[in-house]
Design a protein around this ligand. Sequence first.
Ligand SMILES: Nc1ncnc2c1ncn2[C@@H]1O[C@H](COP(=O)(O)OP(=O)(O)O)[C@@H](O)[C@H]1O
Ligand SMILES: [Mg+2]
Length: 466
Amino acid sequence: MSFFSRPHAQTQEGSVAVALNGTPPPVPAPLARNLEALDERKLSSYTELKVSLHQQLLDMINLSVIDKMPAAEFRSQVGEMVRELLVRENKPLNRQEQTQLVDDILDELLGLGPIEPLLKDESVTDILVNCHSNVFVERGGQLYPTAVRFKDDRHLLRIIGRIVSAVGRRVDESQPMVDARLADGSRVNAIIPPLAVDGPLLSIRKFAKVPIDMAKLVEIGSLPQSIADLLQGIVRSRRNVLISGGTGSGKTTMLNAMSAFIDGRERILTIEDAAELQLQQVHVARLETRPANIEGKGEVTQRELVKNALRMRPDRIIVGEVRGGEAFDMLQAMNTGHEGSMTTVHANTCRDALSRLEQMIGMTGFELPTRSMRAQIASALHVVIQLERMSDGRRRVISLQEITGMEGDVVSMQEVFRFRRDSTDSEGRIHGHYVTTGIRPKFVSEFQARGIQMPEGIFDPNHVLD
Ligand SMILES: Nc1ncnc2c1ncn2[C@@H]1O[C@H](COP(=O)(O)OP(=O)(O)O)[C@@H](O)[C@H]1O
Ligand SMILES: [Mg+2]
């Protein structure tokens, strides 16, 4: 098995480094240059040294062998190569420094380089790389700058390439945008120049290993217990639900938490662009879209999956997020006996969410008159929930509205609850409370018909929700 990609290298079975077994290859010129530069400037030499060694190793190593070689062996062989290079370059490091260097280089070679520690840090939920020297993380709903740096944009680009190639995607000038899911479920988006103006952009939304359930949402103050109870009734009584909110407002999390209320005997079909939902029921059939391959072929859209799902005898269909024409098929499914279906949409208000659906129906290419489009929406959907990620980092349910039908050409809705902001304290925390509008929603009759308990008195206008 040859580890060297260099044609002149003398290889030995199972060997990483020819240098250790035969004539040492000449020190590559760029490395020599970099190491000289280190001497001259005595700069943040460690990072420089590491990156430069890493780059050279990349040139020297036949990467395709990495997967086939036991990790320990790879490790020790790369360790030898690094020591060899250091000696040859007259860069004496003590044993501890060497071990650290080898560890870091291995992280760079096998893992995701400088962001590897952030990926391992459980308190980090999002990693946002704005260019090689500007990396933010989100912790507890707030963004913080970090000291993490890539050497330069090329280094960043290499890491991006590694992330996306691991899931069979690629990113280059002809495909400067890519959306992918890591093996652990985290979502990755990368967009590179020329679309990204100041250098490659990388956004990683880490997968929460333990999903936030409804009890947790109540505990962290995203909604009061009584509204959680109401949501449970809404799911049990098979109302069709649309969850609306901005990016990162917690739509998927809410969808997941609400789905937990579905009876385990029902057949649930989930359709997502990137499988994020973690339903606990046994009878769940999960579908995920597929992007086009490099030749532009083989794409399977959400729309096709929704259509196919209808032939799979689902009791309920859950679409992770509607973004296009699948909205139309989803509404049809809701209108044709798949009651209790749910989805999310990117919008800033409940009303806006409906306009977004209209636009999406427009994307199907059907020339539907506006009125019939709206009638379709009005008869399919029962409840719209608006979420918001507020300036204090907390995600809250800020409005719950019921769709009551059509008035003329307009879908009529009524608000059942709203979050009212009272004050902001010195630490920026928002305080407020939920107010009811005093309207008794129509879906309540559905609760009664199915024998579902209604939280006591929650629609009374003077009732304080907790
Ligand atoms: N109510 C919440 N409170 C705190 N964190 C939340 C809440 N809802 C979601 N999150 C976290 O916020 C991030 C984005 O949530 P997600 O549900 O994927 O948002 P969306 O689907 O709206 O983009 C995730 O890391 C998730 O764990
Ligand atoms: Mg989402």
